[in-house]
Design a protein around this ligand. Structure first.
Ligand code: SF4
Ligand code: SF4
Length: 312
């Protein structure tokens, strides 16, 4: 069975398209050759067709639309007209509103399309939002109760950009009619059920409270360098990027880009604290007991960890 895709860019930087092209398990070639995915339109992959022709073919019912992928924030401004982001004078939000009811599935590719993301960051002069969320508030362009023809809400493949193989795996699952369980933020649970912290090679340093306060070290980046790995659900350390690395493996703190509050107002490389304790603790941890546990762990730290002899 062939699954037709329209991939449309709205307020986007093309980062998710770059991610799509980097995917290797499965790759774009695998999608088209093994999973029967047919790109009716993608701004970087379908030079032989014009967007207007595809739009006409889908809206007239001549071609079916199995999967509508939106990459980028939805620009509502000015004054609800959507005219900050247009195609041939037509507001792209109106094109999205026209296509979404025709699609079996609608997928938000990246945090901008899912939750508003970078373009919706304050003061948000273009009045950007996500497809079905504004940050963590249900709503967005389509409203909280909207459902695609499959009965699912917009599927939020969050990330800035979304993880390459998460993009292609989700598309392959939809093409194969595999059931897709979603979490409370409508992200596919299979890819957002573990933390970036799980699988981080700096975990032993974290466990014994051995922390770096300048970049370039071997230890954990939670207490001083802003790492959000213990609060961020994403596959980055369980499925490496390009099969090789991740932010924390490369010595960069996790920025929490799969979360609805991304990008937050805080400095990406600084951990906000209340006294000496990070303001945001690992998910589910009780503040009252946290420092007692940390102090005990630090006292028990083996010398090889204290001396930072272990490669992260
Ligand atoms: S989510 Fe990130 S990568 Fe995707 S369009 Fe927005 S800014 Fe670009
Ligand atoms: S660097 Fe970040 S993800 Fe890695 S162990 Fe420390 S807090 Fe966790």
């Amino acid at each position: 069975m062939m699954a037709n895709i329209v991939w449309m860019q709205t307020g986007a930087c093309s980062g998710d398209t770059m991610a799509l092209l980097c995917a290797d398990r499965p790759s774009v070639e695998n999608l088209t050759q093994q999973y029967g995915i047919n790109f009716l339109w993608h701004p970087s992959l379908t030079a032989e067709r014009r967007f207007g022709d595809v739009l006409e073919a889908v809206t007239s019912g001549r071609e079916k639309l199995d999967i509508l992928c939106i990459e980028g924030s939805l620009m509502i401004g000015p004054n609800g007209s959507g005219l900050y982001d247009t195609w041939k004078g037509q507001a792209k939000i109106d094109i999205v509103r026209q296509l979404a009811p025709l699609a079996t599935h609608v997928v938000a590719m990246g945090t901008c399309a899912a939750f508003g993301g970078v373009h919706a960051a304050g003061p948000n002069p273009t009045d950007c939002t996500g497809l079905q969320f504004m940050k963590d508030e249900p709503g967005g362009l389509l409203g909280p109760d909207w459902r695609s023809r499959s009965g699912l809400p917009v599927i939020n493949v969050a990330g800035c950009p979304a993880h390459p193989n998460t993009i292609t795996k989700v598309l392959a699952m939809l093409a194969e009619n595999e059931p897709l369980k979603l979490d409370a933020l409508n992200r596919p649970s299979a890819f957002f059920a573990s933390l970036v912290h799980q699988g981080c090679t700096r975990n032993e340093y974290h466990e014994y409270d051995i922390e770096d306060d300048v970049l370039g070290g071997r230890a954990c980046m939670f207490f001083s360098l802003g790492c959000r790995g213990p609060q961020t659900e994403a596959p980055c350390n369980t499925e490496l990027w390009n099969g090789r690395s991740s932010k924390t493996r490369a010595g960069v703190p996790c920025f929490g880009c799969t979360s609805p509050d991304f990008p937050s107002d805080r400095d990406l490389f600084v951990t906000p604290k209340i006294g000496v304790v990070p303001k945001f603790l690992p998910l589910g941890v009780a503040r009252a007991k946290y420092m007692a546990y940390k102090n005990l762990a630090r006292a028990a730290a083996p010398e090889r960890v204290v001396k930072r002899e272990m490669e992260p």
